[in-house]
Design a protein around this ligand. Structure first.
Ligand SMILES: *Cc1c(COP(=O)(O)O)cnc(C)c1O
Length: 344
């Protein structure tokens, strides 16, 4: 059995979660009659202090529905250049929404509110594209699980409000940011017009994301979800897994964060420049292979032979992710194996 650190999406539903799924009360959710989904949408909205929620099959769909609510065809969204919404959703904003994007660069994806605010051009007139919204990712996946500073989010919120711009939060791993910083979930809810959250990452549900916004916006998003083919029927079997994940798997994310720190510390000792453990505050460890001949693909192949699975996300960038299906002992074992390869 390999130790799988490719992503926190590889988690499998536990026995308790499967029992909850089997026992779920269900109905036709396209008719709005699935009680488990209805209660999940109300529950997640309540956690973030938003009016309403919409269950979606993927985080990508939740992001795209959120962005579509804020930006019309021919208008512009700003995002960090490594943001999931621009790099990993296959051009969906352009393909489905006719939305253009401009990006800013941030080291490790760390938000500096001034960067997007300087670029924004709201009401740009008849010659230039008008900016309508800014997207923030927290934690920032390709940045290495970067946790955003709440002061920067607040500053962005204030600046955006003055300029009449909307804010979207890609909160696929906002649970990790919440546990890492102690910031209450409803505080994030105050600063963003639309929020997407994933239950299928560190929380361990097999499928499921939720989009949050005003009641009026969610009504519109419900129409767009159906239009995109995302209207599902007795989907409470998945909703029950999400309820279970919220009941059991939020506070334990702290264990994943500790394990990621262990990985970073051990690998840092073997190849100093590859990762700074101080920057590892959530469940993702990004390795930059600068001072070695090893490429990320070669590292991943070597690690695989030794029983550890990791992701090669760039020629010189590898990613390790901790999650509820890897123990501290397995993480320590994996850390020694990776350190052994990069330190050769
Ligand atoms: C995983 C992820 C998503 C959503 O991904 P899906 O695979 O579509 O569920 C969105 N944003 C970030 C930052 C992610 O890591």
């Amino acid at each position: 059995m390999s130790i799988d650190l490719r992503s926190d999406t590889v988690t499998k539903p536990s026995t308790g979660m499967r029992d909850a799924m089997a026992a779920a009360t269900v109905g036709d959710d396209v008719y709005g009659e699935d009680p488990t989904i209805n209660s999940l949408e109300v529950r997640v909205a309540g956690l973030f202090g938003k009016e309403a929620g919409l269950f979606t099959p993927t985080g990508s769909m939740a992001n795209q529905l959120g962005i579509r609510l804020l930006v019309n065809p021919g208008e512009e969204l700003l995002a960090e250049e490594d943001a999931h919404v621009v790099r990993a959703e296959l051009g969906a904003a352009a393909a489905h929404g006719g939305i253009t994007t401009r990006t800013w660069y941030a080291e490790r994806g760390q938000l500096d509110a001034l960067a997007p605010l300087r670029m924004a051009r709201p009401d740009a007139g008849p010659y230039l594209v008008s900016t309508k919204a800014i997207a923030v990712e927290d934690t920032h996946n390709f940045g290495g699980g970067t946790v955003q500073e709440i002061a920067q989010i607040k500053a962005l919120h204030e600046g955006a409000r003055e300029m009449g711009l909307a804010l979207h939060l890609d909160g696929a791993r906002i649970w990790n940011a919440h546990v890492a910083t102690g910031t209450p979930l409803h505080e994030y809810g105050k600063y963003f017009d639309t929020i997407s959250v994933c239950l299928s990452k560190g929380l361990g549900a097999p499928v499921g994301s939720v989009l949050l916004s005003t009641g009026e916006n969610i009504k519109k998003a419900r129409v767009w979800r159906k239009r995109l083919g995302g209207g599902m029927r007795q989907v409470g079997v998945l909703g029950a897994a999400c309820h279970y994940a919220l009941d059991h798997n939020i506070s334990r994310l702290g264990d994943d964060h500790k394990n990621a720190k262990i990985l970073a510390e051990v690998i840092h000792k073997a190849l100093t420049s590859s990762v700074n453990p101080v920057n590892v505050r959530s469940n993702i460890v990004g390795l930059i292979l600068r001072d070695t001949d090893l490429t990320a693909a070669e590292l991943a192949a070597e690690a695989r032979k030794a029983g550890v699975l990791i992701s090669a996300l760039g020629p010189r960038y590898a990613r390790l992710v901790t999650h509820l299906d890897v123990s501290e002992a397995e993480v320590r074992q994996a850390a020694e194996i990776i350190a052994g390869i990069v330190g050769r």
